[in-house]
Design a protein around this ligand. Structure first.
Ligand code: FCB
Length: 478
């Protein structure tokens, strides 16, 4: 049976725009996700994060649920425009007080706060000045990071600068299925660089404020890319291209190796990379105390054979534009074997193991944490009021088992955060896709711990992977 050491950190993750609601309260100003979700046709059913899981008002209830689950850590993000409306200038005391209250209550409950400074909700004013395609945004982000380090520094266990810059850059600026919804390939590459730069500048600022002992991190959604035909050199080259854009364009500069030359060459017809200025690669390569790894599924590609239209969808929404800048006409995404989650993402726990072992091999000495892993399914509330989400429990079981096997094989993985604590606003898919281990009834805002949540509580309590059928009753939340 897979077991984990007592200092392995078990938590759950959320993000501000997905759960908080209170979009116009307490001095908060719009982010790009407010603008995007309020634009007709952008999200499923026109859903927005205006109310979401109403966590802004109900966080004490949510904290009680975390305690019942026995969580040791809680990963959440700060809404930039709540604490610094407009993204520049002085902090908004009311916004800061909200996070200060949450963090103090977490610490008092023995739950370690793991903070993400940026989970996609750029203040709209900064987008109006060019967003992540504008270098100035990186400096604004570093200033915001410095101010938040001053406000919350003593209480935070891990500071994560960015969540999944891949999504911010390519889905936001190339395929347009995320905010701000732009389809400008050159801007997407500039965004990649300015996000990397923002991370480096923020890491420097946070360490200046809080000292070298501060734990610094970034969370990446690294892709596990498989060739359709492993014996085909052309398919292997398709893997190389996607790996460059998905993984190496972040890992390279972050870990001190600079931008991969093959990516620069492949994208030469899109951008000359003149946005990389002297000294930038040194600024980006700040020491990472821990690398956050998000994993959900795998990707399969082959060389495009020139017949018909290449399939460029990879499970991140439908758009005529590809997120894979510079690979047009070269690469095709291939339908993978099932089973699938309600996102249409294939379920393959071996990808988790492969990813962790690759990082262990290629970047030894960088500790890792799984900062997101989980699954959406179309949950059913039973007559007994419970959610018997066996498929989600099985998913979690198999992926956590893969993490355990990677640890046994030498990978330095120090924690696991299930995505997500609560059902929430799943970006372009609105409230239609549920990832929570706790159900949210969006009519009443009532919370119900699902069987997967009870199973997870049992895992945390024992440090051993329980059978999927096994759940320990957790008292109902009043
Ligand atoms: C990740 C995001 C997170 C959530 C999950 C399902 O890409 O970081 O906010 O939407 O996917």
């Amino acid at each position: 049976m897979t077991s984990f050491p007592s200092d392995f950190l078990w938590g759950s993750a959320t993000a501000a725009y997905q759960i908080e609601g209170a979009a116009t309260e307490g001095g908060r100003t719009p982010s790009i996700w407010d603008t995007y979700s309020h634009t007709p046709g952008r999200t499923l059913n026109g859903d927005t994060g205006d109310v979401a899981a109403d966590h802004y008002h109900r966080w004490p209830t949510d904290l009680e649920i975390m305690k019942e689950l026995g969580l040791q850590a809680y990963r959440f993000s700060i809404s930039w425009s709540r604490v610094q409306p407009g993204g520049r200038g002085p902090l908004n005391p009311e916004g800061v007080a909200f996070y200060r209250g949450l963090v103090e209550a977490l610490v008092a409950a023995g739950i370690r706060p793991v903070v993400t400074l940026y989970h996609w909700d750029l203040p709209q004013e900064l987008e109006d000045e060019g967003g992540w395609a504008n270098r100035e945004t990186a400096y604004a982000f570093a200033e915001y990071a410095r101010l938040m380090a001053r406000e919350l520094g003593d209480a935070i266990t891990v500071w994560t600068t960015l969540n999944e810059p891949w999504c911010s850059a390519y889905l936001g600026y190339a395929s347009g299925v995320h905010a701000p919804g732009r389809t400008e390939p050159a801007a997407a590459l500039a965004a990649v660089h300015h996000l990397n730069l923002a991370h480096g500048l923020a890491a420097i600022a946070i360490r200046e404020e809080l000292g070298e002992g501060t734990q610094l991190s970034i969370t990446l959604n690294l892709h596990v890319i498989r060739p359709d035909d492993p014996s085909s050199a052309a398919d292997q080259d398709a893997v190389r291209r996607i790996d460059g854009l998905a993984n190496r364009v972040f890992l390279g500069p972050l870990l001190g190796h600079g931008y991969p030359q093959d990516v620069i060459d492949d994208a030469a017809h899109v951008s000359d990379f003149a946005f990389v200025q002297d000294g930038d690669t040194e600024l980006i390569a700040q020491r990472l105390d821990v690398l956050g790894v998000n994993y959900y599924s795998t990707t399969r590609v082959r060389a495009f054979d020139g017949e018909g239209e290449p399939d460029q969808a990879d499970g991140h929404g439908n758009s005529a534009a590809t997120p894979w800048v510079g690979t047009e006409g070269q690469v095709e995404f291939v339908q993978q074997p099932g089973p699938y989650t309600a996102m249409g993402w294939n379920i393959d726990p071996s990808g988790m193991h492969d990813l962790l072992m690759r990082l262990h091999r290629e970047h030894p000495g960088v500790p890792m944490m799984i900062t997101e892993n989980g699954a959406a399914f179309h949950d059913v509330v039973s007559e007994d009021g419970a959610v018997h989400d066996r498929d989600r429990t099985q998913y979690l079981h198999d992926h956590i088992d893969a993490v355990g096997r990677a640890r046994e094989d030498g990978a330095d993985v120090r924690g696991y955060f299930v995505w997500s604590l609560l059902d929430n606003f799943e970006w372009g898919y609105g409230y239609d896709r549920r990832f929570g281990v706790v159900r949210v009834d969006y009519d009443t805002q009532e919370r119900t711990i699902k069987d997967s949540g009870r199973w997870y509580a049992r895992l945390i309590a024992s440090g051993q992977l329980p059978d999927v059928g096994a759940v320990t009753p957790v008292p109902a939340v009043p």
